[in-house]
Design a protein around this ligand. Structure first.
Ligand code: AN7
Length: 351
């Protein structure tokens, strides 16, 4: 039977006493080969998408949350708290519910996808919209967690990063080696740091013999690492990565430098274009922010080439169903009801 990540990868993760493990059998997400899309992009390489939307709460955050909440429970926590653009709050709320631990989430008022908000509410977390953005919310929870003996479950919590290393392990296990390139979105920069740590851990253990180039992409209106300064008022339709002062800034830059990769930015138009192309070409639905990975690959191919036969992985961090509003908003659809066969055939373009 499929187990959760803490049991599956216990050799590579901090030890957790079995009786404290809080898991929803996260991980083991599909690595989907995308030959059609590779051909459309004239990419003579093996292209794969790591579909993190298949995790229990629909995003990669579950990898870190199983570890962070288990460790919090092990330490006898009196409650957990996080700031979130949405996915962290959904994941924290779910794992906290399973652990029977109180959970508070601070979200940027009005700037979170409906699916994520509904998850946090449904799982019974205390949901507090903040007048301000993610960065403001993060400052609040850092202070409150320190002063009140409440466990912070943002990626500043090192167990979050530890759990998220498992994404790299799975990709290597599936490919039989590390990819040559990994494209991914960058927000608070925890995930790119975690993947790099994971690949290095597998290399040190002798399981892989090479490391991928880490290619991270921020949204143009929220690109502090690219601009090399915090962005006070980050703006992008990719609300999950609407972050102006990432917590793991330094380790993300280290991952880029050590791997010979890049951290660049993509526009909202490029993100939406990739979002639609992915679904229409491959039948995969990822939320807009996740598609910064594919948008990044497309941008990269406009300026550089990728070697024939290379293995290229794009991380799709969150499920498209998290944000139904974007799908309806950014696609043409006529939803006027039909009432007879003739109208149906007309709308099908057959008459
Ligand atoms: C779909 O939920 O920061 O660079 O509070 O939800 O590790 O921050 C989410 C981030 C990419 C960026 N894709 O990852 C939160 C939050 C999706 C995300 C990112 C997020 P990091």
């Amino acid at each position: 039977m499929k187990t959760g990540l803490i049991e599956k990868y216990s050799k590579f993760l901090p030890a957790v006493d079995k009786k404290f493990i809080i898991s929803l059998n996260e991980g083991d997400t599909p690595l989907i080969r995308a030959d059609k899309l590779a051909e459309a992009l004239k990419l003579d390489a093996e292209l794969y998408f790591k579909f993190e939307g298949a995790n229990p709460t629909g995003s990669f955050k579950d990898r870190g949350m199983t570890m962070a909440i288990s460790k919090a429970v092990e330490s006898g926590t009196r409650g957990v708290i996080c700031a979130s653009t949405g996915n962290t709050s959904a994941s924290a709320a779910a794992y906290a519910a399973r652990a029977g631990v109180a959970c508070t989430v601070l979200i940027p008022d009005g700037k979170i996808a409906l699916g994520k908000l509904s998850q946090a509410i449904q799982f019974g977390a205390k949901v507090l919209p903040v007048n301000g953005n993610f960065d403001t919310a993060l400052e609040f929870v850092k202070k409150i967690s320190e002063e009140n003996n409440i466990t912070l479950v943002n990626s500043l919590n090192p167990f979050r990063i530890e759990g998220q290393t498992t994404g790299a392990f799975e990709i290597c296990d599936d490919l039989g080696r590390a990819p040559d390139y990994q494209f991914m979105p960058v927000g608070n920069a925890g995930n790119i740091s975690a993947y790099w740590l994971g690949y290095n851990r597998y290399k040190k253990a002798g399981i892989i013999d090479r490391l991928p180039k880490m290619m991270g992409y921020q949204a143009e209106g929220a690109a502090p690492i690219v601009l090399n300064r915090p962005v006070e008022k980050p703006e992008t339709i990719a609300t999950a990565i609407r972050i102006g002062n990432p917590a793991s800034w330094k380790s993300a830059v280290a991952a880029k430098n050590e791997s010979g990769g890049a951290i660049d930015m993509v526009s909202d138009a490029e993100i939406i274009s990739a979002y639609k192309l992915l679904s229409k070409t491959e039948g995969i639905f990822a939320e807009p922010s996740s598609c910064a990975s594919l948008a990044g690959l497309i941008k990269h191919l406009g300026a550089a080439s990728i070697e024939t036969g290379a293995k290229v992985v794009c991380i799709l961090t969150g499920n498209g169903l998290k944000d139904p509003d974007s799908a309806i908003k950014y696609n043409e659809c006529e939803l006027k009801p039909v009432s007879n066969e003739k109208e149906i055939l007309q709308r099908m373009g057959l008459l």
